[in-house]
Design a protein around this ligand. Sequence first.
Ligand SMILES: [Zn+2]
Ligand SMILES: [Zn+2]
Length: 357
Amino acid sequence: MTSTRDPIADLRRIAFLLERANEATYRVRAFRSAAKALAGLPAAEVAERAGNGTLTTLAGVGDVTARCVAESLAGEEPVYLRRLVATEGSDLDAEATALRAALKGDCHTHSDWSDGGSPIEEMALAAVELGHEYLVLTDHSPRLTVARGLTAERLRRQLDHVAQVNAALPEGFRILTGIEVDILADGSLDQDDELLARLDVVVGSVHSGLKDERSKMTRRMVTAVANPHLDILGHVTGRMVSSRPAGVTGPGDRGHRARTRAESDFDADAVFAACAEHDTAVEINSRPERQDPPKRLIRRALEAGCRFAIDTDAHAPGQLDWQRFGCERAARCGVPSDRVINTWSAEQLVEWTRDRG
Ligand SMILES: [Zn+2]
Ligand SMILES: [Zn+2]
């Protein structure tokens, strides 16, 4: 095996870039300790172990670091390193812009049927002006009474109404039907199965019991993610990093506009592994007061192999332009456009959600 790359130097370079980006210490340590473990071995043994897959039996070397070493020994820049290099510094604007340009629609939006401020028609026309090919309408589910969640009967009426609105919209654009369904305490979804099956896209979010104890919250989320009706896991941690913009109302926030909220506590690796296994997309929520999930969790979901949806969770037409914020955070984390489901056409998206159940 001939290689012009030094795997130990690559591991150290990754650690350095992670530190500079102010990433979590445990992550930096993983690369530093792998570099240290390999530095104590003859190069021939490192190559042999990379060849027969026994690098991970060494203390300090995990799956991710072993993969970097194997790529490096094969003479390639490790993918992990390439992403870090590609997403730092001045390239970010271009990357975020390219990602935004690749988006064909928005999978999480509200109208005045629940707690949004505008009629469906206005939301749709604003989406047309933004150049979208589709808008998924995802009003709230019954239990979220504070947000005027739609009963099964009101949702059926909304579906009829959407069909009428669609008939009057410009060709090449359509509203896709959907819901932001509450993930209940036991992980079940707050709407009839028959209706969930009928909708084009189902976003599921936790809106209550956000302080559930870790194992309970993990079980709750994993159960929901495994539900074949659920297509996208909405605002994963439930955090609020700042007060709401003026004039914006939303579930659970009446009278608490200036409050921030901590992340829910759950086993992120278990939840993202379930998302990858069941092919449920992880939402990158673009709302400035949410910025959810935080970047460290976007990176973990990316490593877990998850797909993403970069959505605005717009409650008013102007907020449909907030996708840019989600794109910036996604770009900063190295999320490639082929992992983002709303880069697909409406047909591809609906085909995917149908295939999933
Ligand atoms: Zn929500
Ligand atoms: Zn929402």
